[in-house]
Design a protein around this ligand. Structure first.
Ligand code: DAH
Length: 339
């Protein structure tokens, strides 16, 4: 039996030392030290020995058991450490490598243009008022004097969320929000924001774009105030030498309605931008229609106001000589980095 025990110890030691990974440890453990392992079965065999030999032999077996247990633990420790070493070697991190350069971003051309517009109107006493981008039919159309089946709705075909809700086709519904909020105070606001239209996408038109609406309500506001404000805007935005001109137009929410043009930078020599007319369209505008005033809560007998609405991308296109509006929103860095 002693020989058996010694063999077992030697075999156990050799096999343990031959293990190459922690994943092999449990199997070894069960074979030698487990409840059904070799040492346990030796202990069971004790009863076949003569009674006087049993205590001695039992001690030997227990000693071997403790030895193997210790060896197991130290081998486990070694294997764990070498696993860690290996991992560190594989995941080697070279802290001396130069990092990847991080490219600082900058404001989008649309944002830059918007901020310039805010600044110019701020100097004239206008504050920025933000209205919802998702609108009801009521605000987008009806309260602006465009009833359900009015033919002028054709100018603003849009994306419908359901029968009553649309993505706003223009920033004009913000006029109603602003009036209802500020009533009965005089108002001077600009309303910037994104608008949507169900349109064919071309170099000149996108299905999403920005507008800036303007609204001034007071006791003595006249068309000449509107023309003065737009002239000032054109000078500040494009240069003192610019002139503006007025054409008659039609919008359901203004009466009278006008269209404001600005002289082109070609100074009437004729160019591609102005299509040889010498003039560029800047905004639709007019005196706020009495129906719209009263929808906002203001008595048209007592109050008057002007409003205008202009694009944001178009002026930026003109200023930087960009020939396709689609560049604005396809996020091509080669385009964006230029501004
Ligand atoms: N909402 C008009 C459009 O999108 C633009 C407009 C015209 C706004 C006249 C106005 C206005 O405030 O008075 O076509």
């Amino acid at each position: 039996m002693l020989e058996q025990i010694n063999n077992l110890r030697e075999r156990g030691q050799n096999e343990l030392n031959a293990l190459t990974g922690t994943d092999q440890l449990p199997e070894w453990y069960h074979r030698y030290l487990g409840r059904k392992g070799d040492l346990t079965s030796l202990l069971r065999q004790l009863k076949t020995l003569p009674a006087e030999e049993r205590p001695e032999m039992g001690k030997v077996i227990n000693k071997v058991k403790q030895e193997l247990q210790k060896l197991f633990e130290s081998r486990q420790q070694t294997l764990r450490e070498s696993k860690l070493d290996l991992q560190l070697e594989i995941d080697d991190l070279d802290v001396s490598l130069p990092g990847r350069p991080c490219t600082p971003g900058h404001l989008h051309l649309t944002t830059q243009t918007l901020r310039r517009i805010y600044q110019i109107f701020r100097e004239m006493g206008f504050q920025v008022y933000e209205a919802p981008e998702v609108e009801s039919d009521e605000f987008n159309f009806q309260l602006l004097n465009i009833p359900q089946y009015h033919p002028s709705r054709d100018m603003w075909d849009t994306f419908w969320v359901n029968d009553k809700v649309v993505l706003r086709t223009h920033t004009s519904p913000g006029q109603i929000w602003a009036m209802r909020e500020y009533f009965p105070e005089p108002i001077r606001v600009i309303l910037p924001g994104k608008c949507y239209r169900y349109e064919q996408i071309t170099p000149r038109s996108e299905h999403q774009f920005y507008q800036v609406e303007g609204l001034a309500i007071g006791k003595n506001i006249r068309l000449t105030d509107l023309i003065g404000v737009m002239g000032e805007f054109a000078h500040k935005m494009y240069g003192e030498e610019r002139k503006i001109r007025i054409r008659g137009s039609y919008f359901p929410f203004t009466e009278p309605s006008i269209e404001i043009d600005m002289s082109c930078s070609c100074e009437n020599k004729g160019c591609r931008l102005c299509k040889n007319t010498g003039w560029l369209e800047v905004a639709g505008a007019g005196m706020v229609h009495p129906v719209v005033l009263s929808n906002g809560g203001y008595d048209p007998e007592e109050w008057t106001g002007f409003a205008f609405g202009m694009g944001v991308e178009r002026p930026a296109l003109l200023k930087h000589n960009i020939d396709d509006i689609r560049y604005f929103y396809n996020n091509d860095l080669r385009f964006l980095h230029q501004f």
